[in-house]
Design a protein around this ligand. Structure first.
Ligand SMILES: CC(C)(COP(=O)(O)OP(=O)(O)OC[C@H]1O[C@@H](n2cnc3c(N)ncnc32)[C@H](O)[C@@H]1OP(=O)(O)O)[C@@H](O)C(=O)NCCC(=O)NCCS
Length: 185
């Protein structure tokens, strides 16, 4: 039987439905620590940031319905972090609990690995057990917990950082290595 769920790059026609899914999570959950829904312009900025390295935002669809999306963007802005990214994954409530998160995250890590990403980070509310479990299943390990670094719905929130290394390559040679590495002539 043909799989009714298709995973493909985000298309312009998906923008509004993807924003609805994200904003529903903003308003009802700890999945995003945005406190108010994103406007269309803010959403376009979010998408631009999550495709700035040439990667695509992935969506899952069934027929005409957008079920969810997954994306990665910069982890931190300084150049030394350029081989590390942070993921985001959001499903509409009716699409959760059926393994779709794993399919999207699997394709996202494949895309990242093929584009030379060294480490993917997930930064999650400590209470988001479904997402922690999902990332654990996809090979991420808990690498730290930052107590009370956020707040939402009138509560302080702990952030759990999970990481997965996507390759074993050595780091790039230091800038100016030729001059600095050996003894002075
Ligand atoms: C987090 C999310 C992407 C997971 O995707 P999913 O397809 O629903 O994931 P799964 O159905 O494979 O469930 C993940 C695991 O968490 C478990 N789980 C689900 N809800 C849970 C809960 N409340 N407590 C503990 N475990 C839970 C599931 O049993 C499953 O465990 P398993 O791997 O042992 O089978 C999805 O639920 C979602 O979009 N949530 C809202 C947005 C969000 O939190 N995004 C992550 C932050 S970026």
């Amino acid at each position: 039987m043909t799989d009714p769920v298709q995973i493909r790059p985000l298309a312009p026609g998906d923008l509004d439905a993807a924003r609805d899914i994200y904003n529903q999570a903003v308003e009802t959950s700890l999945a995003s620590w945005d406190l108010v829904p994103l406007s269309p312009a803010q959403w376009r900025d979010w998408l631009a940031q999550h495709s700035s390295g040439g990667q695509v935002v992935l969506v899952a669809t069934a027929g005409d319905e957008l079920l969810g999306f997954a994306a990665y963007g910069p982890f931190r802005s300084k150049a030394g972090f350029s081989d590390t990214v942070e993921d985001s994954i959001y499903l509409r409530p009716t699409a959760r609990g059926q393994g779709l998160g794993g399919r999207l995250l699997g394709q996202l890590t494949d895309q990242a690995a093929s584009r030379g990403v060294h480490v993917m980070v997930a930064a999650l509310a400590a209470e988001n057990l479904a997402s922690i479990r999902l990332h654990d299943r996809l090979g991420f390990q808990v690498s730290g917990r930052l107590p009370q670094v956020g707040q939402k719905f009138g509560r302080w929130l702990d952030l759990v950082l999970m990481t997965r290394r996507l390759d074993d390559r050595p780091p790039a040679a230091p800038l100016g290595a030729g001059a600095a590495a050996g003894p002075m002539p």
